[in-house]
Design a protein around this ligand. Structure first.
Ligand SMILES: Cc1ncc(COP(=O)(O)O)c(C=O)c1O
Length: 390
């Protein structure tokens, strides 16, 4: 008699949301006040307290938070902004929103975060800002970045889309620079479906961002349809429609309450992956740093291709055949048609980013993963690495 072996399929991502989030969203819907309101303000207050920032301003997405940060820094069309080449296009596209040029910077081989030495080489008279991205949730070397920024008088806008909660030398990401942008997109460590948050300790920047996220209308614009608001408002600038809704904020409040617990669950999965994969010759586990705490938004495994008879793409399809979905973070920006045609970037210009890109894949890592699923990932990855070992 043959026994049928059940294959476990593991999706790349499942959001860690449940009944509590559904209830919180339903309450807002039943209340009749759906858009930005008291829940959004409460989410901002609790988020600011959680990361330890003076101001937290809730917006429609991480991209909106990055855009508003550059707007508050008064980036102009003739300016240049340093952006790591290994990131999601949002980091570069917001520079284009300002009419400015994203100057791409190569990455370090270990963390795949922006390489400060390469950034220094690319600084010109037009450089006004730098956007370090904490890739996968591992904080950048902020001391190095701040030293460069103060030497050349650059604004520092942190892209912390992956980095909640993460810390650098014991200090939470969100409190380290002029502005920090978080994302609450569906796959992120805290999700509201879509959403984002900008944090800053600077009162003037906070004031500007609050105005610009809601049409450039003066203070408390959101109240204009509420009982204690007034119908009268004044438009101070051509702002954006970037506010968060109370439905999203209600979900965010529940998620924030579980943030430490969710982070601990990711950390446990990362430790289990580390234990097995660090002993597999064809695999390189993510770099860790004693002065930084990762959020473990992503677990980026790298392949020692010289030890394997297959490439990364085939490794991914072999995992798929074994029921495991993976992803790649990220296709370096200069390899995309837009960055090539708009700014003349070419393949071969960012050797480190390219060398890491062809050997990187991201494994499933999310709090709702069961033991069976974690073991299935470990078994499949080990099996592919062993089967195709040269
Ligand atoms: C590094 C990075 N920056 C910015 C963003 C943009 O965030 P959002 O999707 O919330 O606009 C994302 C991802 O989604 C990202 O991965």
């Amino acid at each position: 008699m043959t026994r049928k072996v059940e294959t476990v399929t593991v999706p790349f991502h499942v959001a860690a949301v449940g009944e509590e989030e559904a209830q919180a969203a339903a309450e807002v819907i039943r209340s009749g006040w759906l858009t930005m309101g008291l829940r959004t303000l409460e989410f901002e207050r609790q988020f600011a307290a959680y990361v330890g920032a003076r101001h937290a301003i809730a917006v429609a997405s991480g991209t909106a938070a990055l855009h508003l940060a550059l707007e508050a820094a008064d980036i102009k069309a003739s300016d240049e902004v340093l952006v790591p080449v290994t990131t999601f296009t949002a980091t570069g596209e917001v520079v284009c929103y300002m009419g400015a040029k994203p100057v791409l910077v190569d990455v370090q081989p270990g963390s795949m975060n922006l390489d400060c030495k390469d950034a220094a080489r690319r600084i010109t008279r037009r450089t006004r800002a730098i956007i370090p991205v904490h890739l996968a949730g591992v904080p950048c070397d902020m001391e190095e970045i701040h030293a460069l920024a103060s030497e050349y008088n650059l604004h520092v806008v942190e892209d912390a889309a992956h980095a909640l909660p993460a810390s650098y030398r014991g200090q939470r990401v969100g409190t380290l620079s002029e502005t920090t942008a978080f994302s609450f997109y569906a796959t992120k460590t805290l999700t509201t479906g879509e959403g984002g948050m900008l944090t800053t300790d600077d009162d003037k920047i906070a004031e500007r961002v609050r105005i610009m996220r809601l049409h450039g209308i003066g203070r408390d614009a959101w109240k204009r349809y509420s009982n204690d608001g007034s119908w009268f408002y004044q438009v101070l600038a051509a702002g954006f429609k970037y506010n968060m809704t109370d439905i999203e904020a209600a979900i965010g409040l529940v998620q924030l309450g579980k943030c430490d617990e969710l982070a601990a669950a990711r950390q446990r999965i990362a430790s289990r992956y580390f234990t097995t994969f660090s002993a597999v010759p064809a695999l390189e586990v993510p770099a860790s740093y004693s002065d930084r705490q990762s959020s473990w938004h992503l677990y980026v495994l790298r392949l020692h291709l010289e030890k394997l008879s297959i490439n990364r793409d085939r490794f991914i399809s072999e995992l798929k055949d074994r029921g495991i979905s993976t992803s790649v973070h990220f296709i370096p920006l200069h390899l995309h048609p837009f960055y090539q045609t708009a700014f003349g970037y070419r393949e071969g210009e960012f050797p480190q980013a390219e060398a890491q890109y062809v050997r990187a894949l991201s494994l499933p890592i999310y709090p709702t993963m069961t033991d069976v699923e974690i073991e299935a990932v470990i078994a499949a990855v080990s099996n592919v690495a062993r089967t195709f070992l040269k």
